[in-house]
Design a protein around this ligand. Structure first.
Ligand code: NDP
Length: 287
């Protein structure tokens, strides 16, 4: 029931109409008996600053930020957490002093998803497909978790080089090696964890895949696709048909939300509650 004690959280982005975040946060609030509602706000580029200021003035407890505002919003914050600053993207705003402080929960969300799937990073050789916002966060995660080597492959090779340079310099390790996607045949022999962080294969283009070469998939022991619609992407099918294990990105979505909720409410969400939310997300993402 909404009453005078109810706190508001929300999502700013454009578009926000298909978001699953309200399901995550409103279910958490219900299961944990917190007086909280979460609503999506469609915010145009030129209104981001006004939206953040207005939300603070309205005593909004916290906000998520999605595309295309994750970098732009940083100018409107009183502080940015060290990790979010490094990644250059903020997806969660928490009240702090006389404004909002920005965090990035995508990267720790992915890490929690990996732990939950039993995927280890330490000492691994990793292939990241893509060099967009999500791939950057994945590259930072890999560099911070002591992977042996990351081959970062992108269609636009210059973007791969840019991201690799930045991650190597900010993490103080020369572990990310940029490659053009078209050079995937030059990937050295070995057994790799491949993280699919391009938008290729996303619903409704479910028959598309970023690399369609059997030799590539023979080298992949585990494939993690950040896409969760469909739940069995062409990339995942190719990994599995060559004997590898494959996961979709729905747990990353779940845990980035859980971590934001924890930051807003100063609680630790029990795993069995997170799994109840996951069950509902799983049904909703199918639709
Ligand atoms: P961006 O738009 O920032 O990056 C898109 C990436 O996909 C770029 O590397 C781009 O390459 C590549 N790409 C696009 N089209 C093609 C193509 N036809 N062939 C080859 N490469 C292509 O998107 P994000 O990084 O924000 O998101 C990437 C994916 O990750 C999306 O599908 C998104 O849904 C998913 N995601 C999932 C999350 C989760 O919680 N599970 C969280 C965040 C993202 P180029 O640079 O050459 O254009």
């Amino acid at each position: 029931m909404i009453d005078g004690h109810t706190r508001t959280c929300g999502l700013i982005g454009n578009p926000v109409e298909h978001t699953l975040s309200p399901l995550i946060h409103n279910t958490l609030a219900e299961l944990l008996s917190h007086p909280l509602v979460y609503v999506p706000f469609h915010v145009e580029d030129e209104n981001v600053h006004k939206a953040v200021e207005g939300a603070y003035a309205l005593n909004v407890l916290g906000l998520n930020v999605t595309v295309p505002h994750k970098s732009r919003v940083m100018k409107s914050l009183v502080q940015v957490d060290e990790l979010a600053e490094k990644i250059g993207a903020v997806n969660t705003l928490v009240r702090f002093g006389n404004g909002f402080k920005g965090y990035n929960t995508d990267m720790p969300g992915l890490y929690r998803a990996f732990l939950s799937e039993g995927i280890m990073l330490d000492g691994q050789e990793v292939v990241i497909l893509g060099a967009g916002g999500a791939a950057r966060a994945v590259a930072f995660l890999c560099a911070s978790k002591n992977v042996k080597k990351v081959y970062l492959m992108n269609r636009s090779a210059d973007k791969a080089a840019e991201v690799a340079k930045e991650v190597n310099s900010k993490s103080g390790r020369e572990c990310v090696c940029p490659m053009a996607l078209s050079d995937h045949g030059k990937l050295p022999e070995g057994r790799f964890l491949a993280i699919q962080a391009t938008s290729v294969g996303l619903y409704p283009n479910v028959d598309e895949v970023v690399i369609d070469d059997e030799d590539f998939y023979r080298k992949i022991h585990t494939g993690y696709d950040l896409i969760y619609k469909p739940r069995d992407t062409r990339f995942m099918q190719l990994v599995k048909s060559h004997g590898g294990r494959a996961c979709h990105g729905l747990k990353m979505l779940l845990y980035q939300g859980v971590i934001a909720y924890e930051l807003w409410n100063g609680v630790s969400v029990p795993e069995e509650i997170a799994m109840q939310v996951y069950g509902l997300l799983d049904e909703a993402a199918e639709r």
